[in-house]
Design a protein around this ligand. Structure first.
Ligand code: GDP
Ligand code: MG
Length: 298
């Protein structure tokens, strides 16, 4: 194949929290690298997902959700999303089927007016609405901005996703692949493992706990001869009460979180995993610049 027949470039995924950015990325990659949950702000760091086809390499940046900033952590997330859009070849703005257009003062609207990069709209979760409603929504968005394309998809069922990827391939500039074709992410395995633990915490706990949770992997030891990875991870929480919830009666909650996470990390790494979890109270970490940095958020 001629080198110039190949295309490669960066695509930023932006949109409100919970619209399905991470689910879409995992669907495209055919593998889970970005954690997802029905709670907003699941994604805090940008994730690079690498999708290589016969004709192109698409490099996706999954950004934290766009929303009004409040406090250091939130401000950091909005900055990440904005930064992720500069220097990319294409921006995919995700929205949900069956929701109204963004208000004039929403960050999404500001971004639409200021970005120099071509923007395409992805209307996700089309499995939830009837066609006439969807057509009306497409029309309304079209009047709001001159999108390059509008893709109605369901990240959950996969409907419309392959067709979208095929179109995106041609919109990237000609060029060789940046990464080996079997690589799905540039993030360290240790980071993905920490994110998987954090997802299980979010899925298993009540609403007040997740926002104050960070996970670090303190030890990541490969035992190649035995096809085993030993992991020691710490779940940082802000309050004693959160620690109690996370540990649960007789340690049941922590055990369940550990089992869920271990299974998923095993799937990701393709080895057996030994996972040891600790819970540590670290008051106010979401408001502390220094702690955020220590935990890898800067
Ligand atoms: P993000 O915050 O934008 O990254 O959103 P997530 O990918 O974490 O997804 C948020 C929630 O929406 C999760 O509960 C997903 O299962 C759900 N979701 C994502 N895509 C779809 C879809 O196509 N259809 C439906 N019905 N739900 C979806
Ligand atoms: Mg996400």
């Amino acid at each position: 194949m001629e080198e110039m027949d190949f295309h490669s470039g960066f695509i930023a995924l932006i949109g409100r929290p919970n619209v399905g950015k991470s689910t879409l990325l995992n669907r495209i990659l055919g593998q889970k690298v970005a954690i997802t949950s029905n709670k907003p702000q699941t994604t805090r760091n940008r994730i690079l997902g690498i999708h290589t086809t016969e004709r192109a390499q698409l490099l996706f940046l999954d950004t934290p959700g766009l929303h009004q900033a409040k406090g250091n952590l939130n401000r950091y997330m909005v900055e990440q999303a904005t930064t992720a859009c500069s220097g990319v070849d294409l921006v995919l703005l995700l929205t949900e089927a069956g929701t109204s257009l963004p208000e004039p003062d929403e960050p999404v609207r500001r971004l639409l007016g200021s970005l120099k990069v071509p923007i395409s709209l992805v209307i996700n979760k089309i499995d939830r609405v009837a066609k006439p409603a969807l057509l009306g929504q497409i029309d309304a968005w079209r009047q709001l901005h001159d999108f390059r394309d509008i893709f109605p998809v369901s990240a959950l069922s996969g409907n419309g996703v392959d067709a979208m990827v095929t179109l995106l391939e041609n919109q990237l500039p000609p060029g060789p692949p940046y990464y080996p074709e079997d690589m799905v992410t540039d993030l360290p395995e240790r980071f993905i493992a920490a994110e998987m633990v954090r997802e299980k915490v979010m899925r298993r706990t009540r609403d007040e706990v997740p926002y104050g949770v960070a996970v670090t992997v303190d030890q990541f030891e490969e035992k190649p001869g035995r096809n085993l990875v030993a992991l020691h991870a710490t779940i940082h929480v802000e309050r004693d009460s959160h620690k109690r919830i996370l540990i649960g009666k007789g340690g049941q909650m922590l055990k369940a979180i550990g089992q869920d996470a271990r299974r998923e990390i095993e799937r990701f790494l393709g080895t057996r995993v030994f996972l040891d979890l600790f819970v540590k109270v670290q008051p106010d970490w979401t408001r502390s610049e220094r702690l955020l940095r220590d935990l890898g958020y800067h």
